[in-house]
Design a protein around this ligand. Structure first.
Ligand code: TYD
Length: 220
């Protein structure tokens, strides 16, 4: 049996981590084993690489090298956390995954698409997400949320506003290109309203088909 793999993507302050936790709670109430994780990170080796990626140590090496470190982190994460969980039938919910590389390094960093796709093949294999939520918020709303948190900005959060406008557009384009996998959610609403939209999509796309498939045949 194989579990379902769901990823959350979006810009800064889109509320991904809150929604990951809310969705996991709802699935667990249904008796489903859920593993929540994040990228970069999600395994001891990948968390070590996360520190280097987010504190800016890797940036001077250039976007291609940075992409390779993201890929190395993903490789460890898939092998040690995601693939074993899916194989035992657990559901995995991940805060950012391969689409972040496609957008941050590919679209915004101008890293050759062929390099990105080759690294995807090498690291993701068949651990491809079945459902990806793109949480969409206007840039000003996302920024206000992040600055309310009063956190020190990481290497990506310190980029100019224009970068974040392009980021939003790029995520929306990606979702338009892959409508079977990606669902865009208006994340400017309250966390509860966003969670409800997400839950309806999970039921529609992942829970309903399973229920239909496994439902016992009515006696004739
Ligand atoms: P994080 O602190 O997890 O921020 P967020 O709350 O925005 O998810 O930082 C992750 C940062 O790393 C984020 O700015 C996006 C960036 N990133 C990439 O550039 N490429 C990638 O492949 C991944 C997974 C993340």
């Amino acid at each position: 049996m194989r579990g379902s793999f769901i990823t959350f993507e979006g810009g800064e302050g889109s509320g991904k981590s809150t929604q990951v936790a809310l969705l996991a709670d709802r699935l667990r109430l249904r008796g489903i084993e859920v593993v929540t994780t994040r990228e970069p990170g999600g395994s001891p080796g990948a968390e070590a690489m996360r520190l280097l990626l987010l504190n800016g140590v890797i940036k001077p090496l250039g976007p291609t090298a940075e992409t390779m470190i993201f890929a190395a982190a993903r490789d460890d994460h898939v092998q040690t956390t995601i693939a074993p969980a899916l194989a035992r039938g657990a559901w995995v919910i991940c805060d950012r995954f391969l689409d972040s590389t496609r957008i941050y390094q590919g679209v915004l960093g101008n890293v050759d698409r062929r390099i990105i796709r080759a690294l995807e093949r090498a690291t993701v294999g068949d651990a491809m997400p079945g459902l990806t939520f793109v949480l969409d918020v206007p840039v000003e709303v996302g920024f206000a949320r992040v600055s309310d948190r009063g956190q020190i900005k990481d290497r990506f959060e310190s980029e100019e506003i224009e970068f974040h406008i392009q980021l939003r557009e790029a995520f929306l384009d990606l979702a338009r290109d892959e409508p079977k996998r990606c669902v865009v959610i208006d994340a400017s609403q309250s966390p509860e309203a966003v969670a409800t939209r997400i839950w309806l999509a999970v039921v529609e796309r992942l829970l309903k088909p399973r229920t239909t498939k496994t439902a016992p045949r009515a006696a004739s």
